[in-house]
Design a protein around this ligand. Structure first.
Ligand code: HEM
Length: 499
């Protein structure tokens, strides 16, 4: 007898023959009462769920986050409780399990990981107060600052609905009408647009959040993950060589590193600002197309993340994983950033469609075991259990005199920022679309600038002249040389375009 476990159907019936269908005689016809075959083939027919509308290709790993208990370094470090009451940060050495999903944005599930594309950096902290998701990227900023433009920016970057090719003319048609995208595309078309792999890239929360302390006081905060493996990127030529033979080099690199015990690490840093509009700045602190200058708002370390465990099943732990910007714990709060609000609706909305209404009952998405989940949510497709943990099963409503669930502790101190104003549709006042793009252009090393110009010229050469000219004009607003070099590469008369 073999040591292998016995194959069964999902009804628990042993499978005695997995090689042949049940047929009339050995040549057929096949019979339809063959439950074993029907269960197997019809489950196979439904093996895929819809891929994510963005970030379809990704890779998941598990690990832990270890808090420093403080915020900052050396003599300037203060207890974490100064700014936030979030429990995971409070004590030095406190460990919180994490799940991370790295991703590309535009390509489908099996697309190249060497594509020029922002990289997703989504971390789920499994804290004692429930999950906290930080859903970020590697480039610190984003293309747009208002959530209403998200479907448009993504449509322009996704394949053409007719030719199903990623068309530069469509991409730059949109970008040339979106001045706030100049900072992001300056990063994206530089070597930072193709990180060498996931281990050697940084991450950022991008949107602005609030930290809230035990006294109910709030500050604005931005999050950054600094890779401890050194930051490395690829030139277009290096990326082309990789994707000629391998589509999943970054997943492979991460998986193999963890398998051999070479556990990658990222240090979590925060930048902090008082919670107001900061009229002294030439940008709006809630504008996700801007970096908070590091010289003015230093990086303050708060802890270290180590990835030390691979997934055991890609579908269960990656395809069904759901991250969202609304998934926060006490001590970390929303800011008034209007992108963040739009994102927060969109993530769980798409997950209810993509995974199903009970997606939060799946082990990959549920809070950790010691967190009690008790709701009155009932039913829906694929309901796995009733999450009432011992409460009267007849009472699925609240309030109730008889039994059921009650509201949590009333001593909870809610953070209550004051908001007033006219309701309107209007751009923010401090748009300042070009300054940081120009500064970044000048900060790049020579070879990075050369790559940037070459990458733009290659793609813009495939665009109509009117789009080329508009793009060159925007670049010239960022930096005179930036515009001139792209114009020269495209054979345009720069002085005419600038005029
Ligand atoms: C209004 C703007 C945005 C909207 C409406 C939006 C919407 C979405 C949606 C619908 C998904 C798919 C989620 C799923 O199927 O599970 C997604 C994934 C993702 N988005 Fe966004 N997004 C926006 C902006 C951003 C920004 C600014 C960042 C980076 C800071 C970002 C990072 C990510 C990441 C990392 C994922 C993949 C999460 C995973 O690995 O499962 N998104 N986004």
């Amino acid at each position: 007898m073999s040591e292998k476990p016995v194959l069964t159907t999902r009804q628990g019936h042993p499978v005695h023959n997995n090689q042949q269908q049940r047929t009339v005689g050995s040549r057929g016809p096949a019979t339809l009462e063959n439950y074993q075959f029907l269960e197997k083939i019809s489950h196979f027919d439904r093996e895929r769920i819809p891929e994510r509308v963005v970030h379809a290709r990704g890779f998941v790993a598990h690990g832990e986050f270890e808090a420093y208990g403080t915020i900052g370094t050396g003599d300037d470090a203060v207890p974490a409780s100064t700014y936030t009451r979030a429990k995971l940060f409070q004590e030095k050495g406190k460990k919180t399990p994490v799940t991370i999903r790295f991703s590309t944005v535009i390509g489908g599930r099996d697309s190249s990981e060497a594509a020029r594309d922002p990289r997703g950096f989504a971390v789920k902290f499994r804290t004692e107060d429930g999950n906290w998701d930080m859903v970020g990227n590697n480039l610190q900023v984003f293309f747009i600052r208002d959530a209403i433009k998200f479907p448009d920016v993504i449509h322009s970057l996704k394949p053409d609905p007719v030719t199903f090719r990623q068309e530069p003319n469509r991409i730059f048609d949109f970008m040339s009408n979106t001045p706030e995208a100049m900072h992001m595309i300056t990063w994206l078309f530089s070597p930072y647009g193709i990180p060498k792999n996931y281990r050697t890239m940084r991450g950022s929360g991008v949107n602005t959040y609030r930290f809230v302390n035990a006294q109910g006081e709030g500050v604005l905060v931005k999050f950054h993950w600094l890779t401890q493996q050194g930051e490395h990127n690829l030139t277009q030529e290096q990326a082309d060589a990789i994707q000629a033979t391998e589509l999943g080099h970054a997943s492979k690199d991460l998986y193999e590193a963890i398998e051999r015990g070479d556990y990658p690490k990222w240090e979590l840093n925060v930048q902090i600002m008082s919670d107001d509009e900061h009229p002294e700045l030439d940008f709006d602190p809630l504008d996700d197309t801007k970096i908070w200058p590091r010289e003015q708002f230093p990086y303050l370390p708060v802890g270290m993340m180590t990835l030390n465990r691979n997934v055991t099943n890609f579908h269960n732990e990656n395809e069904q994983a759901a991250f969202g910007t609304g998934v926060l714990v006490d001590g970390i709060d929303f800011s008034d950033d209007k992108m963040l609000v739009g994102r927060t609706f969109s993530y769980s909305d798409t997950q209810r469609y993509r995974v199903g209404p009970n997606y939060l009952q799946l082990p990959i998405n549920a809070p950790r075991q010691d967190v009690v989940v008790s709701t009155n949510q009932d039913g829906g497709q694929m309901s796995y259990h009733v999450d009432k943990r011992g409460a009267n099963p007849h009472i699925n409503f609240e309030p109730s005199t008889i039994a059921g669930l009650r509201e949590a502790d009333e001593s909870y101190r809610e953070y209550r920022p004051f908001v007033s104003g006219q309701i309107m549709r209007a751009p923010i006042e401090r748009e300042n679309n070009y300054k940081q793009a120009g500064e970044q252009y000048r900060k790049f090393d020579d070879w990075e600038r050369d790559e940037l110009i070459k990458n733009f010229v290659t793609l813009l050469s495939q665009c109509e002249k009117v789009i080329q000219e508009k793009m060159v004009w925007h670049f010239s607003q960022c930096d005179e040389e930036y515009g001139r070099r792209v114009a020269e590469g495209l054979g345009l008369d720069y002085s005419a375009v600038r005029a």
